[in-house]
Design a protein around this ligand. Sequence first.
Ligand code: CU
Ligand code: ZN
Length: 167
Amino acid sequence: MKINALSMLACSAIFAVSCTTAKNYKINSKSGTNTQGTADFVQKGKNVKMDLNVYKLTPGIHAVHIHEKGDCSATDGSSAGGHWNPAKNDHGKWGSEHFHMGDIGNLVADKEGTARIVFNTDKWCIGCSDESKNIVGKSIIIHAGEDDFHTQPTGNAGGRVGCVEIK
Ligand SMILES: [Cu+2]
Ligand SMILES: [Zn+2]
């Protein structure tokens, strides 16, 4: 932890413009599915880019969120808790009048079950000290169904078919 804190400090104080942090993960299948794929994160300056590549989904629309706990241990993914929501907002569509910090939205799997979403934001950081922005210690959840951006507090997205612990 000490090394993390030091490298973070060096990043923000000295290399603010050129600092890059990258994290790469494999997606864990959940709820008896065969979900596979990768989740890659890169922070450059204040921008975080997430590149999610998912395989072996059922064709169609699948919700993707950041959930509040970095724990994928439960077979149904329930150990990841609810949506990451540090500002205590209502669930909704990213960029609309109200949404959770984890409300990434939906991805669309083609007839082969392959889906990709690239997401850029300056509202997140990778391992910074601002816990209202820090995605480390959270998880990505991919759902069986579509986020309706309306039903509270989950978007009625159904079961959890994939999980990534962001460490
Ligand atoms: Cu979710
Ligand atoms: Zn939400």
